[in-house]
Design a protein around this ligand. Structure first.
Ligand code: SF4
Length: 728
């Protein structure tokens, strides 16, 4: 007997029975179809015919369901009931399809909700769990038009945002000073007296406790101090947190240590966590805390994590999943024609901490990214290798954008970064010069945009020193003369609580160096609370940062705890972020912002005031799909017995892709958490599930178009349309 047939024989629980009864009671026509069908095929046909007849007036829904072209315009014509019609039709159209569920280490998942209900009605089997039935009950309520989308007004969203203080709040600043003092008192007991060879941080012999503390306060401003004394085990973390971690959490952390998950939490970042929780900020630090405190699921899965980004799996001489041929050595990653990521062999292979839901956890698992800081210093062969990597950019027809990242790009020393930028500049000049000799239509894409990816402005803002800023400013000055016109630092703030005076200073230095700072937020469960991301956008705008992407948590069961379903990502976009939506009449204004990066705070402020927006919603909510890239164009086409939704994603039609996209087809994502589990998790962290009313209904998504501040400039010549380094 097939595995699936065995599952079909599993009796449903008492709770599932009760929910089934409710579903049938609320939907007499559906009940009748279920009871009168002699087998599941008849049930499927019966439901389909009933929907087609009963809801025949919903023409947009049927045409959206059938259409291969489901662009934004069409999407915006759909109403709340249409979503339910489309979902049910999709459930029927995909009934019985099998998918590999990488959340369950490759087990086969089958979606056949109508069959599961038929089995439950006739045999009391099918094994469907309560979360499945709850989702189905909500679906039918939406279909009947009983529940409507809940659209909070602007005042409500502002009220939600208000629940989250920022790290600039004087009361939060005072708490963090208290935290700093506690942490330093622990650290000074670990710092030796009398320095040995190569020791940077030590106390002179005979210093009093007060003198030591004073010295350590000075070191607090030095990023090397934080890297040197980053916490690498759970006991010390707990001690620094005033022994406030509960025994269950400590047990998980110790198991994490045994499983080999690296610990690396620098003292500054620890100081952002509450120990004494003030009444006005209960739960405000959760998005930070959950980045540091590993989940049970991560511990259980570590060692079995599979790569999400298929294009990151590179074999020498073979094209990656997007069809690109890349140089050996895992230094270049590429998905799109215009941009490639460069990961230097340097300290940039580490980060200022390990985010528990890191998209690169697979690489930390393999050790390619790690926290062995001494061993990560570039060796003498790096310069040679870098030349080879630069050749790749120089010879490519389409690359015009380089994203230097890691790990974390700013973990590299100033010297390493300067050398990299020097070589980059020479390459840009060479490419430009060679282009002059090529006829129109055959010229290669010249580099227009240079980006750094770094979370250090949030993790360890002390790293953004005047020296680093001057390396960046110097590069900008020189590169501007050879055609580069966009200079960006892509950072990653997760919470308004990370926006501290130190972070503001770091961002300010980057801005004064003429670089535009943008933010990529990971929409973790804690960050997905009502108003949380909207508040972050506002506070980032205050310090001159433009939101860039709001990412669904990637990965499989290892990230189950952090995961917020895509339905919530769409809800956030349409119900909260919408209060910062920039109207098209301001597009020309905002397009020019990067040209005056030094004026970013003033320009953002002026536009907010003029347009009456609390923040500028310049970010797009997306999921980074394996092989296909960023998109939020999806439909829920199935559901597992556990109530976990199965989504079919399409690529983002608004941007250029590798031509392989035409061969790729759609991408199936099985979510690791049901909507009900997610709501329960929110409830456990103090949220009122009622505030999320309508969440079940978001089963269709459409990628937003990009705000023009992120457009590439036009070339002054006609570049070739030919691809190079591509094999399909
Ligand atoms: S900073 Fe980025 S790469 Fe580093 S651990 Fe966090 S999410 Fe991962």
């Amino acid at each position: 007997m097939k595995e699936i047939e065995i599952l079909d024989r599993i009796a449903i629980t008492v709770k599932s029975h009760k929910l089934l009864r409710l579903l049938l009671k609320e939907n007499p026509a559906f009940d009748e179809i279920m009871r009168n069908s002699r087998n599941e095929t008849e049930a499927l046909v019966g439901v389909q015919e009933w929907i087609e007849k009963e809801y025949a007036g919903h023409k947009e829904a049927f045409s959206f369901f059938r259409s291969t072209n489901t662009g934004r315009e069409h999407f915006e014509k759909l109403d709340w009931q249409d979503y339910a019609i489309i979902r049910l039709l999709d459930y029927i159209a995909h009934a019985g399809k099998e998918y590999r569920d990488l959340n369950l280490r490759g087990e086969i998942a089958v979606s056949n909700p109508i069959q599961l209900i038929w089995l439950a009605v006739h045999r009391g089997t099918g094994g469907a769990k309560p979360d499945f039935y709850i989702d189905m009950i909500e679906l039918f309520r939406q279909l009947r038009g009983e529940v409507q989308a809940y659209t909070p007004d602007r005042e409500k969203v502002l009220e939600w945002m208000d629940r989250y203080p920022s790290g600039m709040d004087p009361r939060i600043i005072a708490l963090r000073e208290e935290n700093r003092e506690r942490i330093l008192k622990i650290l000074i007991r670990r710092i030796p007296e009398g320095g040995g060879k190569g020791q940077r941080f030590y106390f002179a012999k005979g210093m009093s406790e007060e003198q030591k503390l004073e010295k350590a306060r000075e070191w607090w401003g030095d990023p090397r101090f934080h890297l040197r004394f980053a916490v690498r085990d759970p006991e010390l973390l707990n001690e620094m947190l005033g022994y406030s971690l509960d025994p269950d959490t400590m047990k998980i952390l110790k198991e994490a240590e045994e499983a080999g998950i690296p610990f690396f939490i620098n003292p500054y970042y620890i100081s952002l966590l509450h120990v004494r929780v003030p009444y006005f900020a209960v739960g405000a630090d959760l998005a930070i805390r959950h980045y540091v405190v590993y989940s049970k699921q991560l511990v259980e899965e570590f060692g079995h994590i599979v790569a999400w980004e298929k294009e990151d799996l590179v074999k020498a001489g073979k094209p990656n999943a997007a069809g690109w041929i890349l140089p050996d050595g895992h230094n270049i990653h590429r998905r799109y024609p215009e941009v490639a990521i460069l990961i230097p062999d340097s300290m940039g292979r580490a980060c200022g901490g390990l985010c528990s839901s890191c998209q690169r956890m697979y690489d930390f698992q393999s050790g390619r990214l790690n926290f062995n800081l001494d061993k990560l210093k570039p060796d003498e062969t790096w310069s040679e290798k870098l030349k080879r990597l630069m050749d790749y950019f120089e010879q490519d027809n389409q690359l015009r954008d380089i994203l230097i990242t890691g790990g974390d790009a700013f973990m590299s020393s100033d010297r390493t970064l300067k050398e990299l930028l020097d070589q980059l500049l020479e390459m840009i000049k060479r490419k430009r010069k060679k282009n002059q000799g090529l006829p129109e239509g055959e010229k290669k894409a010249e580099i227009q945009r240079v980006r750094f990816g770094s979370r250090l402005p949030a993790y360890l803002p002390q790293r953004v020193t005047d020296d680093l800023a001057s390396v960046l400013a110097d590069f900008k000055m020189k590169a501007s003369k050879v055609g580069v016109c966009q200079f960006l630092v892509q950072t990653h703030f997760e919470s308004s609580m990370e926006v501290t005076p130190e972070a503001r200073k770091a961002v300010d230095r980057l801005i004064r160096a003429g670089w535009t700072v943008t933010n990529q937020l990971v929409f973790s469960a804690a960050a997905s609370r009502r108003g949380h991301s909207a508040k972050l956008r506002m506070v980032l705008n205050d310090i001159g940062v433009l939101p860039y992407y709001t990412f669904t948590v990637k990965g499989y069961m290892e990230n189950n705890f952090s995961f917020a379903p895509n339905a919530r990502v769409v809800q956030e976009q349409l119900e909260e972020k919408v209060i910062g939506k920039i109207s098209e009449e301001h597009y020309e204004t905002i397009r020019k912002f990067p040209e005056e990066a030094e004026m970013m705070v003033e320009n953002i402020d002026a536009l907010r005031k003029y347009s009456g927006l609390p923040f500028l919603a310049t970010d797009r909510n997306v999921l980074n799909l394996p092989g296909v890239g960023k998109s939020l164009t999806f439909r829920v086409i199935g559901i597992t017995r556990y109530g976990r939704r199965i989504l079919e994603f399409d690529h983002d039609e608004t941007r250029r892709h590798s031509p392989i996209i035409r061969k790729m087809g759609k991408i199936i994502i099985i979510e690791s958490k049901s909507i009900h589990e997610y709501l329960q998790q929110l409830s456990e962290i103090g949220e009122d599930p009622e505030d999320y009313a309508g969440l079940y209904g978001y089963s269709v998504g459409q990628t937003e178009s990009r705000v023009p501040v992120y457009d590439y400039p036009e070339y002054a010549y006609s570049p070739t349309g030919e691809f190079s380094n591509l094999e399909i």
